[in-house]
Design a protein around this ligand. Structure first.
Ligand SMILES: C[S@@+](CC[C@H](N)C(=O)[O-])C[C@H]1O[C@@H](n2cnc3c(N)ncnc32)[C@H](O)[C@@H]1O
Length: 387
Protein backbone atom coordinates (compact mmCIF):
# COMPACT_ATOMS: atom_id res chain seq x y z
CA UNK A 1 0.00 0.00 0.00
CA UNK A 2 1.29 3.39 -0.91
CA UNK A 3 1.18 5.94 1.85
CA UNK A 4 0.45 9.58 1.21
CA UNK A 5 2.83 12.37 1.86
CA UNK A 6 4.09 15.51 0.27
CA UNK A 7 7.34 16.21 -1.44
CA UNK A 8 7.56 19.39 0.63
CA UNK A 9 7.54 17.34 3.84
CA UNK A 10 10.23 15.01 2.44
CA UNK A 11 12.26 18.05 1.51
CA UNK A 12 12.01 19.56 4.97
CA UNK A 13 12.83 16.24 6.61
CA UNK A 14 15.80 15.89 4.22
CA UNK A 15 14.46 12.49 3.26
CA UNK A 16 15.94 11.93 -0.18
CA UNK A 17 15.67 8.18 -0.55
CA UNK A 18 12.87 7.73 -3.07
CA UNK A 19 13.43 5.96 -6.34
CA UNK A 20 11.67 6.66 -9.60
CA UNK A 21 9.57 3.98 -11.28
CA UNK A 22 10.57 2.74 -14.74
CA UNK A 23 7.15 3.50 -16.26
CA UNK A 24 7.26 7.10 -15.04
CA UNK A 25 10.64 7.64 -16.69
CA UNK A 26 9.44 6.01 -19.89
CA UNK A 27 6.24 8.08 -20.06
CA UNK A 28 8.14 11.36 -19.70
CA UNK A 29 11.02 10.53 -22.06
CA UNK A 30 8.51 9.47 -24.73
CA UNK A 31 7.26 13.06 -24.90
CA UNK A 32 10.70 14.43 -25.83
CA UNK A 33 11.42 11.65 -28.31
CA UNK A 34 8.00 12.06 -29.93
CA UNK A 35 8.64 15.77 -30.38
CA UNK A 36 12.21 15.27 -31.60
CA UNK A 37 13.20 11.68 -32.47
CA UNK A 38 16.88 12.74 -32.46
CA UNK A 39 16.77 14.43 -29.06
CA UNK A 40 19.28 11.95 -27.57
CA UNK A 41 21.18 11.09 -30.77
CA UNK A 42 24.99 11.26 -30.38
CA UNK A 43 24.50 12.72 -26.92
CA UNK A 44 26.31 11.96 -23.69
CA UNK A 45 23.73 11.59 -20.94
CA UNK A 46 24.73 11.93 -17.28
CA UNK A 47 22.56 10.39 -14.57
CA UNK A 48 23.90 11.77 -11.28
CA UNK A 49 22.49 10.88 -7.83
CA UNK A 50 21.97 7.40 -9.19
CA UNK A 51 23.05 3.81 -8.94
CA UNK A 52 22.18 1.29 -11.63
CA UNK A 53 21.50 -1.43 -9.10
CA UNK A 54 18.71 0.75 -7.79
CA UNK A 55 18.01 3.34 -10.38
CA UNK A 56 15.59 2.77 -13.18
CA UNK A 57 17.11 5.76 -14.97
CA UNK A 58 20.27 3.79 -15.76
CA UNK A 59 18.27 0.71 -16.73
CA UNK A 60 15.95 2.73 -18.96
CA UNK A 61 18.70 4.56 -20.83
CA UNK A 62 20.88 1.46 -21.16
CA UNK A 63 17.89 -0.47 -22.56
CA UNK A 64 17.20 2.34 -25.06
CA UNK A 65 20.85 3.11 -25.83
CA UNK A 66 20.64 1.98 -29.46
CA UNK A 67 17.10 3.17 -30.17
CA UNK A 68 18.04 6.67 -28.98
CA UNK A 69 21.45 6.58 -30.73
CA UNK A 70 23.23 7.61 -27.52
CA UNK A 71 26.95 8.25 -27.61
CA UNK A 72 27.64 7.59 -23.92
CA UNK A 73 25.72 7.00 -20.73
CA UNK A 74 27.34 7.97 -17.43
CA UNK A 75 25.79 7.17 -14.08
CA UNK A 76 27.17 8.08 -10.66
CA UNK A 77 26.04 7.02 -7.21
CA UNK A 78 26.15 8.83 -3.91
CA UNK A 79 27.88 6.86 -1.12
CA UNK A 80 25.44 7.67 1.73
CA UNK A 81 22.44 6.87 -0.49
CA UNK A 82 20.36 3.83 0.50
CA UNK A 83 20.85 2.14 -2.87
CA UNK A 84 24.58 2.63 -2.82
CA UNK A 85 24.94 1.20 0.70
CA UNK A 86 23.64 -2.20 -0.40
CA UNK A 87 26.38 -4.39 -1.75
CA UNK A 88 25.29 -6.31 -4.82
CA UNK A 89 26.84 -9.13 -6.82
CA UNK A 90 27.36 -6.70 -9.66
CA UNK A 91 29.85 -4.71 -7.60
CA UNK A 92 31.23 -7.62 -5.58
CA UNK A 93 32.08 -9.72 -8.64
CA UNK A 94 33.88 -6.84 -10.32
CA UNK A 95 37.71 -6.91 -10.21
CA UNK A 96 37.41 -3.26 -9.18
CA UNK A 97 35.45 -4.10 -6.01
CA UNK A 98 37.05 -2.68 -2.87
CA UNK A 99 35.23 -3.24 0.39
CA UNK A 100 37.04 -0.34 2.06
CA UNK A 101 35.79 2.10 -0.54
CA UNK A 102 32.26 0.72 -0.81
CA UNK A 103 30.82 2.63 2.17
CA UNK A 104 32.46 5.96 1.63
CA UNK A 105 32.91 6.44 -2.09
CA UNK A 106 30.49 7.05 -4.91
CA UNK A 107 30.59 4.72 -7.91
CA UNK A 108 30.94 5.36 -11.60
CA UNK A 109 29.14 3.36 -14.28
CA UNK A 110 29.12 3.87 -18.03
CA UNK A 111 27.58 2.39 -21.14
CA UNK A 112 29.50 2.98 -24.36
CA UNK A 113 29.83 -0.32 -26.21
CA UNK A 114 28.72 -3.92 -26.60
CA UNK A 115 30.97 -5.40 -23.89
CA UNK A 116 29.40 -8.87 -23.88
CA UNK A 117 29.44 -9.24 -27.67
CA UNK A 118 25.68 -9.89 -27.84
CA UNK A 119 25.41 -7.80 -31.01
CA UNK A 120 23.57 -4.95 -29.35
CA UNK A 121 24.14 -2.46 -26.53
CA UNK A 122 21.72 -2.82 -23.63
CA UNK A 123 21.48 -3.22 -19.85
CA UNK A 124 24.00 -6.10 -19.94
CA UNK A 125 26.60 -3.62 -21.13
CA UNK A 126 26.55 -1.39 -18.03
CA UNK A 127 30.19 -1.20 -16.92
CA UNK A 128 31.30 -0.62 -13.35
CA UNK A 129 34.27 1.72 -13.78
CA UNK A 130 35.27 1.78 -10.13
CA UNK A 131 34.95 4.25 -7.32
CA UNK A 132 34.89 8.02 -7.42
CA UNK A 133 37.54 9.88 -5.44
CA UNK A 134 34.84 11.22 -3.11
CA UNK A 135 31.31 10.32 -2.03
CA UNK A 136 29.65 11.23 -5.35
CA UNK A 137 28.15 14.53 -4.22
CA UNK A 138 26.93 16.23 -7.39
CA UNK A 139 28.70 19.42 -6.27
CA UNK A 140 32.13 17.73 -6.12
CA UNK A 141 34.76 18.64 -8.69
CA UNK A 142 34.73 15.15 -10.22
CA UNK A 143 30.94 14.93 -10.73
CA UNK A 144 30.97 18.53 -11.95
CA UNK A 145 33.59 17.52 -14.54
CA UNK A 146 31.22 14.74 -15.67
CA UNK A 147 28.45 17.34 -15.92
CA UNK A 148 30.71 19.39 -18.16
CA UNK A 149 31.40 16.36 -20.33
CA UNK A 150 27.69 15.55 -20.72
CA UNK A 151 25.14 17.09 -23.07
CA UNK A 152 22.05 16.21 -21.05
CA UNK A 153 21.59 15.63 -17.29
CA UNK A 154 18.65 13.48 -16.25
CA UNK A 155 17.71 12.44 -12.72
CA UNK A 156 15.46 12.71 -9.74
CA UNK A 157 17.80 14.85 -7.59
CA UNK A 158 17.75 14.95 -3.80
CA UNK A 159 14.58 16.82 -2.90
CA UNK A 160 16.34 18.70 -0.12
CA UNK A 161 18.91 20.16 -2.54
CA UNK A 162 16.62 20.96 -5.47
CA UNK A 163 17.49 24.67 -5.79
CA UNK A 164 21.20 23.95 -5.51
CA UNK A 165 20.87 21.28 -8.16
CA UNK A 166 19.21 23.76 -10.55
CA UNK A 167 21.93 26.34 -9.92
CA UNK A 168 24.53 23.63 -10.61
CA UNK A 169 22.85 22.76 -13.94
CA UNK A 170 22.68 26.37 -15.07
CA UNK A 171 26.33 27.00 -14.19
CA UNK A 172 27.19 25.13 -17.35
CA UNK A 173 23.98 25.78 -19.32
CA UNK A 174 23.17 22.10 -19.63
CA UNK A 175 20.10 20.51 -21.09
CA UNK A 176 18.20 18.62 -18.39
CA UNK A 177 15.12 16.62 -17.51
CA UNK A 178 14.67 16.31 -13.74
CA UNK A 179 11.99 15.58 -11.16
CA UNK A 180 10.96 18.20 -8.60
CA UNK A 181 8.14 19.66 -6.56
CA UNK A 182 5.53 21.74 -8.38
CA UNK A 183 5.57 24.29 -5.55
CA UNK A 184 9.18 25.11 -6.38
CA UNK A 185 8.03 26.64 -9.67
CA UNK A 186 7.22 29.89 -7.88
CA UNK A 187 10.25 29.97 -5.61
CA UNK A 188 12.90 32.64 -5.79
CA UNK A 189 15.46 30.54 -7.67
CA UNK A 190 13.17 28.77 -10.11
CA UNK A 191 10.47 31.29 -11.01
CA UNK A 192 12.70 33.76 -12.91
CA UNK A 193 13.93 30.84 -15.05
CA UNK A 194 10.36 29.78 -15.84
CA UNK A 195 9.25 33.33 -16.51
CA UNK A 196 12.11 33.81 -18.96
CA UNK A 197 11.51 30.46 -20.69
CA UNK A 198 14.85 29.04 -19.57
CA UNK A 199 13.06 26.03 -18.08
CA UNK A 200 9.51 24.72 -18.01
CA UNK A 201 7.35 21.91 -16.77
CA UNK A 202 7.56 18.50 -18.40
CA UNK A 203 4.52 16.56 -19.51
CA UNK A 204 3.69 14.00 -16.80
CA UNK A 205 3.38 13.91 -13.00
CA UNK A 206 4.94 10.84 -11.35
CA UNK A 207 2.87 10.00 -8.31
CA UNK A 208 4.50 7.04 -6.58
CA UNK A 209 8.12 6.40 -5.72
CA UNK A 210 9.94 3.30 -4.49
CA UNK A 211 11.32 3.41 -0.94
CA UNK A 212 14.45 1.53 0.14
CA UNK A 213 12.29 -1.25 1.66
CA UNK A 214 10.58 -1.75 -1.72
CA UNK A 215 7.24 -0.21 -0.74
CA UNK A 216 5.70 2.64 -2.68
CA UNK A 217 5.20 6.15 -1.35
CA UNK A 218 2.80 8.64 -2.94
CA UNK A 219 3.58 12.28 -3.37
CA UNK A 220 1.20 14.98 -4.52
CA UNK A 221 2.74 17.80 -6.51
CA UNK A 222 5.59 15.93 -8.24
CA UNK A 223 6.47 17.17 -11.71
CA UNK A 224 9.28 17.09 -14.24
CA UNK A 225 11.27 20.21 -15.06
CA UNK A 226 13.21 20.54 -18.27
CA UNK A 227 14.71 22.93 -20.79
CA UNK A 228 14.25 20.46 -23.64
CA UNK A 229 11.30 21.12 -25.88
CA UNK A 230 8.18 18.94 -26.00
CA UNK A 231 4.90 19.10 -27.87
CA UNK A 232 2.65 19.98 -24.94
CA UNK A 233 4.17 23.43 -24.54
CA UNK A 234 3.22 24.26 -28.12
CA UNK A 235 -0.40 23.20 -27.72
CA UNK A 236 -2.68 26.18 -27.40
CA UNK A 237 -5.17 26.30 -24.58
CA UNK A 238 -8.60 26.31 -26.18
CA UNK A 239 -10.43 29.15 -24.49
CA UNK A 240 -13.81 30.84 -24.60
CA UNK A 241 -14.43 34.57 -24.84
CA UNK A 242 -15.15 36.56 -21.71
CA UNK A 243 -18.83 36.81 -22.58
CA UNK A 244 -19.14 33.07 -23.20
CA UNK A 245 -17.32 32.20 -19.98
CA UNK A 246 -19.74 34.38 -18.03
CA UNK A 247 -22.62 32.68 -19.83
CA UNK A 248 -21.55 29.02 -20.00
CA UNK A 249 -18.70 28.33 -17.54
CA UNK A 250 -20.71 26.89 -14.63
CA UNK A 251 -17.75 26.51 -12.28
CA UNK A 252 -16.71 30.13 -12.86
CA UNK A 253 -20.24 31.44 -12.43
CA UNK A 254 -20.58 29.56 -9.14
CA UNK A 255 -17.26 30.93 -7.86
CA UNK A 256 -18.16 34.48 -8.85
CA UNK A 257 -21.61 34.40 -7.32
CA UNK A 258 -20.98 32.35 -4.17
CA UNK A 259 -17.46 33.36 -3.28
CA UNK A 260 -16.59 36.70 -4.86
CA UNK A 261 -20.14 38.11 -5.06
CA UNK A 262 -19.55 39.57 -8.51
CA UNK A 263 -21.04 38.95 -11.92
CA UNK A 264 -17.95 39.83 -13.99
CA UNK A 265 -14.21 39.11 -13.72
CA UNK A 266 -13.18 41.29 -10.75
CA UNK A 267 -10.31 43.75 -10.93
CA UNK A 268 -7.72 43.54 -8.12
CA UNK A 269 -7.66 46.45 -5.75
CA UNK A 270 -3.87 46.71 -5.70
CA UNK A 271 -2.80 45.63 -9.18
CA UNK A 272 -4.06 46.41 -12.66
CA UNK A 273 -5.20 42.91 -13.57
CA UNK A 274 -8.32 40.80 -13.48
CA UNK A 275 -8.77 37.76 -11.28
CA UNK A 276 -9.23 34.45 -13.15
CA UNK A 277 -9.78 31.68 -10.60
CA UNK A 278 -9.55 28.76 -13.05
CA UNK A 279 -7.27 28.08 -15.99
CA UNK A 280 -10.22 27.05 -18.16
CA UNK A 281 -11.84 30.41 -17.43
CA UNK A 282 -9.05 32.51 -18.99
CA UNK A 283 -10.93 34.73 -21.44
CA UNK A 284 -9.62 34.42 -24.99
CA UNK A 285 -10.38 38.02 -25.84
CA UNK A 286 -8.88 39.87 -22.87
CA UNK A 287 -5.74 41.86 -23.76
CA UNK A 288 -4.60 42.91 -20.31
CA UNK A 289 -2.90 41.19 -17.40
CA UNK A 290 -4.71 38.32 -15.69
CA UNK A 291 -4.02 36.65 -12.32
CA UNK A 292 -4.30 32.87 -12.73
CA UNK A 293 -3.69 29.89 -10.43
CA UNK A 294 -0.28 28.19 -10.42
CA UNK A 295 -1.70 25.21 -12.33
CA UNK A 296 -1.51 27.46 -15.40
CA UNK A 297 2.14 26.42 -15.68
CA UNK A 298 1.01 22.93 -16.70
CA UNK A 299 -0.56 24.52 -19.79
CA UNK A 300 1.87 27.34 -20.44
CA UNK A 301 2.54 27.82 -24.13
CA UNK A 302 5.03 30.67 -24.62
CA UNK A 303 3.61 31.40 -28.07
CA UNK A 304 0.18 32.05 -26.57
CA UNK A 305 0.97 33.89 -23.31
CA UNK A 306 3.80 35.66 -21.58
CA UNK A 307 4.37 35.47 -17.86
CA UNK A 308 4.53 38.88 -16.23
CA UNK A 309 5.26 37.88 -12.64
CA UNK A 310 4.03 36.02 -9.63
CA UNK A 311 3.06 36.31 -6.03
CA UNK A 312 3.09 33.32 -3.79
CA UNK A 313 2.02 32.58 -0.27
CA UNK A 314 5.67 32.19 0.63
CA UNK A 315 6.16 35.88 -0.14
CA UNK A 316 8.69 35.35 -2.91
CA UNK A 317 10.81 38.51 -2.84
CA UNK A 318 10.76 38.37 -6.63
CA UNK A 319 7.04 39.08 -6.40
CA UNK A 320 5.65 42.00 -8.28
CA UNK A 321 5.35 45.21 -6.38
CA UNK A 322 1.62 45.46 -5.99
CA UNK A 323 1.65 49.06 -4.87
CA UNK A 324 -0.63 49.47 -1.88
CA UNK A 325 0.90 48.69 1.46
CA UNK A 326 -1.38 46.17 3.06
CA UNK A 327 1.13 45.00 5.59
CA UNK A 328 -0.89 46.37 8.50
CA UNK A 329 -3.96 44.37 7.66
CA UNK A 330 -5.93 42.47 10.25
CA UNK A 331 -7.40 39.10 9.29
CA UNK A 332 -10.87 37.94 10.31
CA UNK A 333 -12.42 34.49 10.44
CA UNK A 334 -15.76 33.47 9.01
CA UNK A 335 -17.44 34.21 12.36
CA UNK A 336 -16.00 37.71 12.53
CA UNK A 337 -13.30 36.94 15.12
CA UNK A 338 -9.71 37.98 14.40
CA UNK A 339 -7.61 35.18 12.89
CA UNK A 340 -4.31 36.61 14.02
CA UNK A 341 -2.91 37.20 10.54
CA UNK A 342 -1.29 40.46 9.68
CA UNK A 343 2.02 39.56 8.04
CA UNK A 344 4.04 41.60 5.62
CA UNK A 345 3.59 38.97 2.87
CA UNK A 346 -0.01 40.03 2.68
CA UNK A 347 1.15 43.28 1.17
CA UNK A 348 2.44 41.30 -1.79
CA UNK A 349 -0.64 39.37 -2.81
CA UNK A 350 -3.48 40.63 -4.96
CA UNK A 351 -6.64 41.56 -3.12
CA UNK A 352 -10.28 42.00 -4.10
CA UNK A 353 -12.51 44.48 -2.29
CA UNK A 354 -15.27 42.74 -0.41
CA UNK A 355 -18.41 44.35 0.80
CA UNK A 356 -20.40 41.31 1.88
CA UNK A 357 -18.42 40.38 5.00
CA UNK A 358 -19.56 36.76 4.74
CA UNK A 359 -16.27 35.04 4.00
CA UNK A 360 -12.95 35.31 5.80
CA UNK A 361 -11.47 38.68 4.96
CA UNK A 362 -8.78 41.20 5.78
CA UNK A 363 -9.53 44.69 6.87
CA UNK A 364 -7.71 47.98 6.75
CA UNK A 365 -9.18 51.40 7.52
CA UNK A 366 -12.63 49.85 7.49
CA UNK A 367 -12.23 48.33 4.00
CA UNK A 368 -12.68 44.56 3.70
CA UNK A 369 -10.52 42.65 1.27
CA UNK A 370 -9.96 39.10 0.16
CA UNK A 371 -6.37 37.98 -0.41
CA UNK A 372 -5.65 35.65 -3.31
CA UNK A 373 -2.51 33.57 -3.53
CA UNK A 374 -0.56 32.12 -5.09
CA UNK A 375 -1.20 33.78 -8.42
CA UNK A 376 0.75 33.97 -11.65
CA UNK A 377 0.21 37.03 -13.82
CA UNK A 378 0.01 36.47 -17.55
CA UNK A 379 -0.95 38.38 -20.63
CA UNK A 380 -1.61 37.26 -24.21
CA UNK A 381 1.45 37.35 -26.40
CA UNK A 382 1.34 40.50 -28.54
CA UNK A 383 0.44 39.96 -32.15
CA UNK A 384 -1.04 36.56 -31.44
CA UNK A 385 -4.57 35.44 -30.93
CA UNK A 386 -5.10 33.70 -27.60
CA UNK A 387 -8.31 32.17 -28.91
C1 LIG B 1 15.07 11.27 -4.75
S1 LIG B 1 16.41 10.11 -4.78
C2 LIG B 1 16.36 9.56 -6.41
C3 LIG B 1 17.28 8.46 -6.75
C4 LIG B 1 17.33 8.11 -8.23
N1 LIG B 1 17.85 9.22 -9.00
C5 LIG B 1 15.97 7.70 -8.72
O1 LIG B 1 15.20 8.56 -9.10
O2 LIG B 1 15.64 6.53 -8.70
C6 LIG B 1 17.80 11.20 -4.70
C7 LIG B 1 19.12 10.51 -4.50
O3 LIG B 1 20.13 11.51 -4.41
C8 LIG B 1 21.08 11.10 -3.43
N2 LIG B 1 21.77 12.29 -2.91
C9 LIG B 1 21.51 12.97 -1.77
N3 LIG B 1 22.36 14.00 -1.63
C10 LIG B 1 23.17 13.98 -2.73
C11 LIG B 1 24.25 14.79 -3.17
N4 LIG B 1 24.66 15.83 -2.44
N5 LIG B 1 24.84 14.48 -4.32
C12 LIG B 1 24.43 13.42 -5.07
N6 LIG B 1 23.41 12.62 -4.70
C13 LIG B 1 22.78 12.89 -3.54
C14 LIG B 1 20.26 10.39 -2.38
O4 LIG B 1 21.06 9.51 -1.63
C15 LIG B 1 19.19 9.69 -3.24
O5 LIG B 1 19.58 8.39 -3.54
Amino acid sequence: MANNSSLGAAKNAKNDEFYTQYNDIEAEMNAYVEYNPDVFRDKTVLLPCDDPEWSNFTKYFAANFERFGLKKLISTSYAPGAGNMQLTLFEMESPLYDKDLHDTHGKLFTVTRDINGSGSIDTDDIEFNGYLKGDGDFRSAEVTALRDEADIIITNPPFSLFNEFIVWLFQDDKQFIIIGNFNDATNLEIFPLIKNNKMWLGTTCPKEFIQPDGSLKSFGNTVWYSNIDHGLRHEKLILMTKANNLKYNKKLKKKFSENYHVSDYPQYDNYNAIEVPYVDAIPSDYDGIMGVPGSFLNHYNPEQFEIVGTVSAAGNPESLNLGNDYSQFVGYNQDGSKNGRTGSTFGKVPVLKKDDGIHPYYEKDGVRLQALFPRIFIRPKKGTDAK
